[in-house]
Design a protein around this ligand. Structure first.
Ligand code: NAP
Length: 484
């Protein structure tokens, strides 16, 4: 199956924070891959901006090094890299200062899409928005892309929304959640809403429970001081896991239109019950395997910040009443994996004697590694052993299903940047969605802060704290194994 590449309009993209980690690892290599794939037209321009005084050649050399480091060898075409690099320029700008803006204005062209990627600390978003506006650099069609974290609670998210709204309309603001840019996540909507197969059974009557797992093997090395002010709830649950939950639980939108989709997601967030204290387990990784503990990494021996969280969540509406959603995410776990597993109920009556062989149907949606889907179904065990049951996966790995092209599934960032240029906000969070998610998360965070609970220690390389197992055991269920 050959996927179609539809080029976007030519654009001017300014990357504030162009010398930073995100720009080097994701944004510049991603743009190069879209250029190589024929989606980014050669009439486009990329302008890096940061405080560092650098010549254009120095910035280009940095971009070239980033491509060498973060683009796989089979995609590094010398002539294409040269051509891509020739589209890049640089301007030294302090977001809070007044120098450099006139130069930037002079670099912007008329008649092309203007996009401004705020790949800087959120504290600078307001200053950037204000200066883009005051220096007349942003026009009515310009777009701004803002990175996470979008606030650390409801008040800060509201303040940030209000600051951006002073200079940009909601249709111009693209709040990135890179989980939404993953192929599988979009396929989840296709599978749900382009097939009749699943919809009739997509409800509490047939679904026993849902597990959403985002497990990492790395710790907070290097980001310890920042992470200690955040924790797994703020860093992962309020945004990424919440977005995945929304896509599973939402009602069919009337059309695949940005506001229709986001309206439905918002309704899910508003239908979430408050989470009881006993339905949350928080953990902190201990030292092990020659690696430091969480408190060593964060250099805060008294830290009460969680590097792991598991919780049981209820969506209180007609479709989901009685079906729990179990969410968990953590660092320094056994494997790096992200998946959503939907476990169906047992048939109302079994006609087979082989009760032992029976297992639930599970639809597993893998986000990483190997994006794809797996439906666990019961079949007759092959061979002459009589009518014995066995479970087999109906496996669909997207890379295989899409043939040669599948191996080239665009990274979430590249896909999302192309959506910004196309002006498609479907996969970006709307301001009210972000605020609703904080309104749900805030009381949970405040409750444990009030109690002053310290997270449970867990051994690195495991599935997290023992107590998390109990969260499901006491409901007669089990977590899926964390493995690649
Ligand atoms: P970083 O490596 O610390 O880079 C920050 C960038 O901002 C640098 O280019 C820096 O360059 C520039 N900068 C700092 N102060 C500035 C100012 N006053 N005016 C203009 N530019 C300024 O950070 P990062 O990891 O790239 O992260 C950027 C943003 O993305 C943050 O909001 C972060 O939370 C978010 N994010 C990052 C990742 C990731 O994987 N790195 C993932 C998700 C979200 P100068 O020092 O030269 O000014």
């Amino acid at each position: 199956m050959v996927s179609r590449v539809i080029p976007v309009e030519p654009f001017d993209l300014v990357v504030f924070g162009g010398t930073g980690d995100l720009a080097r690892r994701k944004i510049l290599p991603g743009l190069y891959r879209r250029f190589l794939g024929g989606q980014m037209p050669p009439e486009s321009r990329i302008i890096g901006a940061a405080r560092s005084e650098m010549t254009e050649d120095e910035f280009r050399a940095m971009a070239r090094a980033a491509i060498a480091e973060f683009v796989s060898a089979d995609k590094r075409d010398a002539a294409m890299i040269d051509q891509f690099i020739s589209l890049i320029s640089y301007v030294a700008i302090d977001a809070k200062g007044d120098g450099g803006w006139a130069t930037l204005k002079g670099m912007m062209r008329k008649g092309v899409v203007r996009a401004f990627y705020f790949s800087v600390a959120p504290a600078l978003f307001g200053a950037l928005a204000e200066r883009l506006h005051d220096h007349n650099i942003a026009d009515a069609k310009s777009r701004i892309v803002v990175e996470k974290p979008f606030g650390r609670d409801l008040d800060t998210a509201r303040a940030l929304n209000a600051t951006l709204a002073k200079h940009f309309r909601e249709e111009q603001i693209y709040r990135i959640d890179h989980y939404l840019g993953k192929e599988t996540v979009q396929n989840l909507m296709a599978v749900r809403f382009a097939n009749i197969l699943f919809e009739p059974i997509w409800k509490a009557q047939y679904i026993d429970h849902v597990q959403i797992t985002v497990a990492e093997t790395v710790g907070v090395e290097g980001r310890g001081a920042y992470y200690d002010t955040s924790g797994a709830m703020r860093d992962m649950v309020q945004n990424h896991l919440m977005q995945l939950l929304c896509l599973i639980a939402m009602e069919p939108p009337y059309h695949f239109d940005p506001n229709a989709v986001r309206d439905e997601k918002l309704k899910v967030i508003r239908a979430l019950d408050p989470v009881e204290h006993q339905d949350i387990v928080r953990g902190q990784y201990l030292a092990g395997g020659g690696q430091k503990s969480y408190v060593d990494h964060s250099e805060n021996p008294a830290s009460k910040t969680e590097s792991y969280i598991a919780m049981k969540v209820h969506v209180s509406n007609w479709r989901w009443k009685g079906t729990p959603f179990y969410l968990r995410t953590g660092k320094r776990l056994r494997a790096r994996t992200s998946e959503i597993a939907i476990t169906f109920k047992e048939p109302p009556h079994s006609i087979f004697d082989d009760a032992e062989g029976w297992r639930e149907n599970v639809l597993v949606i893998r986000l990483q590694p190997n994006e794809g889907m797996n439906l666990m179904v019961m079949i007759k065990e092959p061979g002459p052993g009589g009518m014995r049951l066995t479970q087999v996966p109906l496996d669909m790995s997207f890379a295989e299903a899409l043939g040669e092209d599948g191996a080239d599934i665009p990274d979430a960032y590249e896909r999302l940047i192309m959506d910004v240029i196309r002006g498609n906000q479907t996969l970006f969070m709307r301001g009210d969605e972000v605020e609703a998610a904080w309104a749900w998360a805030d009381p949970i965070i405040q409750a444990w802060e009030r109690k002053g609970d310290k997270p449970r220690g867990y051994e690195p390389g495991t599935s997290g704290p023992e107590d998390a197992l109990m969260l499901l055991h006491r409901d007669g269920r089990r977590w899926r194994e964390i493995r690649e």
